[in-house]
Design a protein around this ligand. Structure first.
Ligand code: P6P
Length: 328
């Protein structure tokens, strides 16, 4: 069974112009994922779970592991000097890593949610890391600008997630399909366990927090009503940790739905480092990913931490929802 490292080498050979920089970005993310995995797995044994006592730019209380993961991914990417900048859910503004002359050669920026679903950490529910990789737009060596990060999802060079669950799996795409690598914790190596992941043709699961039903858009209510009227076929599964819900739906089929509601009038999930990377993965696996009105990866970002409504999963199931959205 191929390791992630061997996979990257063979994948790199397919791109003759490749300089190995992209592989180095994935290597750095892989290293950080292993360390975060170690901490997540022993969190309850050391004083690292629970509240960090601060809030992030979203106004959400930062869990200690959130901050730990954020700092770790920054260190892993900065030390290798292969990424010039990072935008993170845990940081108000983007971080320009070009601290000295020697450094100013890298062309990639990374956008990351270091630990998504972190409110589940204290109750031992799976959490995940979500990341996007882009090429910078500004000249190499110049100071980074907001435009380097505010790129449409269609410009992603790569995207992926790490799920710290019953096993730890690293799933990513660089535009040629989706592959999953499971960590053997005994030797700290990720092995290609899920090659060429494809969504089943259709699904019968929908993942949504229906506590917000009263203020969902009418089209979403109609879509849900139709599912309930066909209860022999459909079931709901909602973990409250997006990476876990997405990962299950990738293999078993289904849709993940986070509509706008009264509390979150523009949706809850962040466009740049949650919706876009997951959308890239889902589309590469043969599915669809939309907001209330358009393909998620076509949305022109305006703010680093902007939120969006988010519906993704089986193409067939999303297209039924799109019909409802068109009717309004
Ligand atoms: P709600 C976790 O906080 C998260 O960002 C996603 O991982 C998850 O799918 C969603 O929010 C859960 O939100 O409003 O249903 O608790």
């Amino acid at each position: 069974m191929k390791t992630l490292g061997e996979f990257l080498i063979s994948d790199q050979k397919k791109h003759k112009e490749s300089t190995g920089e992209f592989s180095a970005v994935i290597h750095a993310l892989r290293l950080a994922a292993k360390v975060v995995n170690h901490e997540v797995n022993k969190a309850a044994l050391v004083d690292i779970i629970g509240d960090y006592g601060k809030t992030n730019v979203q106004g959400e209380s930062q869990q200690k592991l959130d901050v730990f993961a954020h700092e770790l991914f920054i260190k892993a990417l900065a030390n290798r000097k292969i990424v010039c900048g990072i935008a993170s859910e845990e940081a108000d503004v983007f971080i320009d890593l070009q601290t000295n002359e020697e450094y100013n050669k890298s062309k990639y920026v990374v956008l990351i949610d270091p630990l998504d679903g972190s409110s589940n950490i204290d109750v031992n529910v799976s959490v995940g890391t979500v990341f996007s990789v882009y090429k910078r737009l500004s000249p190499i060596g110049s100071p980074l600008t907001a435009e380097d990060f505010l790129q449409k999802g269609t410009a992603q060079v790569a995207a992926g997630y790490v799920l710290y669950g019953t096993s730890t799996i690293f799933v990513y795409t660089s535009g040629n399909g989706v592959n999953g690598f499971t960590l053997n914790p005994a030797i700290g190596t990720f092995y290609l366990s899920h090659p060429n992941i494809k969504l089943p043709k259709t699904g019968s699961t929908y993942s949504i927090n229906e506590a917000n039903f009263a203020t969902f858009p009418a089209a979403v209510k109609a879509y849900l009503k139709e599912r309930k009227e066909n209860d022999e076929k459909y079931t709901t599964r909602y973990i409250g940790s997006m990476v876990s819900d997405i990962h299950r739906n990738l293999f078993q089929g289904g849709v993940f739905l986070y509509p706008p509601n009264k509390k979150m009038p523009t949706g809850k999930l962040r466009l740049l480092y949650e919706c876009n990377p997951i959308a890239f993965i889902v589309e590469q696996a043969g599915g669809k990913a939309i907001s209330m009105g358009e393909r998620i990866m076509e949305i022109e970002p305006e703010d680093l931490h902007q939120r969006s409504s988010f519906f993704c999963g089986n193409k067939e199931m999303i297209e039924v929802l799109e019909e409802h959205l068109k009717r309004g």
